[in-house]
Design a protein around this ligand. Structure first.
Ligand code: F6P
Length: 344
């Protein structure tokens, strides 16, 4: 079997672990050979490939980014794009295709399977951790660790200058990264997209801190958080998503805090540092397990499905279950964390 493999959407620590896992398991257990498609769906449409072998993927486990390159190309946003994608699968002689991606990339995989019975499977990738059908996507905990390490540093400089520092983290419309960064760094307040908060509410938490004698504070805000008076830039990508990093919610909140409380405030946007660099052991391990699972799914002909982590087990679920609904932070999870942010 000749299998295509691609990485689409934002890059993510652990992508190379998945590629290595699939290539090795496919070769050792099932006689599969893998062809890399460059830059996500773009590589399939343009038939830009790179050969992959056990030898060429042996030492990529600890590498950040993706050796295949990535893009946010959406075949469904182009005239004849889906048909061209299917024609490429045939022309390249692919018996199966592994799409490693988030909501957008896997949404394309799901449609290609549903519309054309294309032999596609998915592997969940996103630092945002917002895919249904899996408990975690690889890359998430690395992004959280980078955030926590940065906030630890920000705390010391906030302390030196008696300032508030607002740290904006990625995560799109799900607050998972903000929640775990705030909880694990011991931040003073957090603002998630799921729980709308006014500037007044953030300030009242900070006022309680100041009244209790604290002279500095750290607020973690998710890039997707909404404030009534704030709109920001609204640039849209090929999948119809607003580029949230351009909205400047961290800057907005820092200025609003300073204006409202007269407490000097600065904003720091972690942005793409959260996606870069070497993956944590957890994400190398999860990526590898999901890659091995992908090779198993292909061998068994379980197309239209996504490799998934359920509890401690790696299994698979239908792609429609995975992309049907965005997995946001449930209220119960926020309530559990709230003792450190809203109530004290
Ligand atoms: O989905 C991953 C993610 O990093 C989001 O957290 C963020 O909103 C987006 O990608 C940024 O995308 P880009 O790299 O295209 O600016």
């Amino acid at each position: 079997m000749n299998i295509g493999i691609l990485t689409g959407g934002g890059d993510c620590p652990g992508l190379n672990a998945v590629i290595r896992g699939a290539v090795h398991a496919g070769a050792v257990r099932h006689g599969q050979t893998y062809t890399g498609l460059r830059r996500g769906w773009k590589g399939l449409l343009e038939r830009e490939t790179m050969p992959l072998s056990r030898e060429s993927t042996y030492h990529i486990l600890d590498l950040g980014g993706t050796i295949l390159g990535s893009s946010r190309t959406n075949p469904y946003s182009r005239d004849g794009g889906p048909e061209a994608a299917v024609a490429s699968i045939k022309a390249l002689g692919l018996d199966g295709l592994v799409a490693i991606g988030g909501e957008d990339t896997l949404g394309v995989a799901q449609k290609l399977h549903a519309d054309f019975d294309a032999p596609v499977i998915g592997v969940p990738k996103t630092i945002d951790n917002d895919l249904s059908g899996t408990d975690y996507s690889f890359g998430f905990w690395t992004a959280v660790q980078i955030g926590v390490a940065a906030i630890d540093r920000l705390k010391t400089t906030a302390q030196s200058h008696d300032r508030v520092i607002v740290c904006e983290v990625m995560g799109r419309h799900a607050g998972w990264i903000a929640l775990e960064c705030a909880r694990a760094s011991g931040a003073d307040a957090m603002v998630l997209p799921e729980i709308p908060m006014g500037v007044d509410e953030v300030c009242s938490i900070l006022r309680r801190r100041r009244d209790a004698g604290q002279d500095h504070a750290v607020v973690v805000v998710s890039e997707g958080a909404q404030f009534e008076a704030h709109e920001g830039e609204q640039e849209i990508d090929e999948f119809g998503h607003v580029k949230l990093s351009d909205r400047g919610v961290g800057e907005y909140l820092a200025k609003a805090i300073e204006d409202t409380m007269g407490w000097e405030a600065r904003a720091v946007v972690l942005g793409h540092t959260q996606r870069g660099g070497t993956p944590l052991a957890y994400d190398r391990s999860l990526g590898t397990r999901l890659g091995v699972q992908a090779a198993e799914m292909i061998a068994a002909g379980r197309f239209g499905r996504m490799a998934s982590l359920r509890g401690e087990e790696v299994t698979d679920v239908s792609l429609s279950e995975a992309v049907g609904r965005l997995r946001t932070v449930p209220v119960a999870e926020v309530e559990n964390a709230q003792v450190f942010f809203g109530e004290s």
